[in-house]
Ligand binder design. Structure first.
Ligand code: PEP
Length: 256
């Protein structure tokens, strides 16, 4: 945790979820309607097909709804893409950019991720910019070098604590059940914080840094308690309302 920073617990549904899954959104929207929501923000990023209905379901709830990617331009001849403006039009307030699945499966570069974050700012949406090393890079002791490069290349100069969230997601921890030790997470998050403060000064101090990669109800308390961990980005465990709410609820004790 970081003093005076409101944590964010975010779910990334990836390419999972049909209309039948909207019951989970309803349950999460209901479940976060607690006093804890004044201290901890909750967000679900369903697939684009469910975005508009999901925001409607979350209207009277503190639950925020976001998207998983956006194009770097506002509109045009880009078959299959969705713009940040379209996300905002569906009342989405966040967009994930630079997730490792997009960096790897769609060859997205730091330069492109930066342009997508700028498109999010233009549409008044907060960008969750993902960074993280692969297993090979970790084994070669390159983690901090990779993060330095990704942060410097993917974050626009206009990034602020308001419009930007960083998600540290070691690629080898995503969907594998593996997680770094709390000690390793602490070292990496402290490094990211230093980089942010070096570049953005006071704004960098307030930027939220999420941890992502196999977060579950069973390990949430330990990971969320680490210094400079200001929430989580959750894949698999966000698909079930009970699991997501159990992770969110870990803050009841942490903030007591
Ligand atoms: C993710 O893809 O953002 C993620 C963290 O996935 P999981 O929680 O399933 O590892």
């Amino acid at each position: 945790m970081t003093p005076d920073v409101r944590p964010l617990v975010a779910g990334n549904w990836k390419m999972n979820g049909t209309r039948a899954s909207l019951d989970q959104i309803k349950a999460i929207a209901q479940g976060v309607r607690t006093p804890l929501s004044e201290k901890v923000e909750a967000l679900i990023c369903p697939p684009a097909t469910l975005l508009y209905v999901a925001t409607a379901l979350a209207t009277d709830s503190p639950l925020a709804i976001g998207a998983q990617d956006c194009h770097q331009t506002q509109s045009g001849a880009h078959t299959g893409d969705v713009s940040a403006e379209m996300i905002a039009d569906c009342y989405g307030t966040y967009v994930i950019v630079g997730h490792s699945e997009r960096r790897i499966n769609h060859a997205e570069t730091d330069h492109l991720v930066r342009a997508k974050a700028q498109a999010a700012y233009q549409a008044d949406i907060t960008a969750i910019i993902c960074v993280g090393e692969t297993a090979d890079e970790r084994d070669a002791y390159q983690t901090l070098d990779i993060l330095k490069r990704q942060l410097s290349g993917s974050l626009p100069d206009e990034a602020t604590a308001e419009n930007t969230v960083i998600a540290y997601e070691p690629v080898w921890a995503i969907g594998t059940g593996l997680t770094p030790t709390a000690q390793d997470v602490e070292i990496v998050h402290a490094f990211i914080r230093d980089e942010l403060v070096l570049r953005f000064g006071k704004e960098g101090r307030g930027m939220r840094i999420l941890y992502g990669g196999s977060v579950k109800p069973s390990n949430a308390s330990e990971l969320l308690a680490v210094d400079n961990v200001d929430g989580a980005l959750i894949g698999g465990a966000s698909l079930k309302a009970t699991d997501f709410l159990a992770i969110y609820g870990a803050y009841e004790t942490l903030l007591a």
